[in-house]
Design a protein around this ligand. Structure first.
Ligand SMILES: [Zn+2]
Length: 114
C-alpha cells in the first residue's frame, strides 16, 4: 500500500508521523531553482513570499493513526499530500549488538529530526 503523497480525506493506511509532500516539494523546488538561476535563496524566497507561496514555513508534520482520515496541511490546503516519515516508521525490532552500536556512533552523528 502506498504511503506517499496521500490526499486529504484518504483513510490513513499506517499509524505514524506524516510530513506534507507539497511543503517538501516546494522547498526542494526552491533549492533547485536557486541552483539553476544563480539567484540567492533569500532573494527568491522574498519574491515568492510576496506572491503568497509561504516558502518560509517549515514542512508540516503530523501524527495520524490507522483508520483515521487525513486532513489538510494548513499551508497547502487542497494541494496537500501526506507522506509517511519512514525514519520514525522503521523502528529497530531487535536491539543492535553493542559492538555495532559503538561503531555507528563513531562513524556519524544521529540524524536530527526536522
Ligand atoms: Zn504542506
Amino acid at each position: 500500500m502506498s504511503t506517499t503523497n496521500l490526499r486529504p480525506n484518504t483513510i490513513v493506511p499506517t499509524s505514524g508521523t506524516y510530513y506534507c509532500f507539497a511543503c517538501q516539494f516546494k522547498r526542494d523546488a526552491l533549492t533547485t531553482l536557486t541552483k539553476q538561476s544563480g539567484v540567492s535563496v533569500s532573494e527568491l524566497k522574498g519574491a515568492l513570499n510576496a506572491h503568497g507561496y509561504g516558502l518560509n514555513k517549515p514542512t508540516t508534520r503530523k501524527r495520524f493513526n490507522t483508520g483515521e482520515r487525513f486532513d489538510q496541511c494548513p499551508v497547502c490546503k487542497e494541494a496537500t499530500g501526506w507522506s509517511l516519515d519512514m525514519q520514525e516508521a522503521v523502528r529497530p525490532s531487535a536491539p543492535l549488538k553493542l559492538a555495532e552500536k559503538k561503531k555507528e556512533l563513531l562513524m556519524e552523528c544521529p540524524p536530527v529530526p526536522g
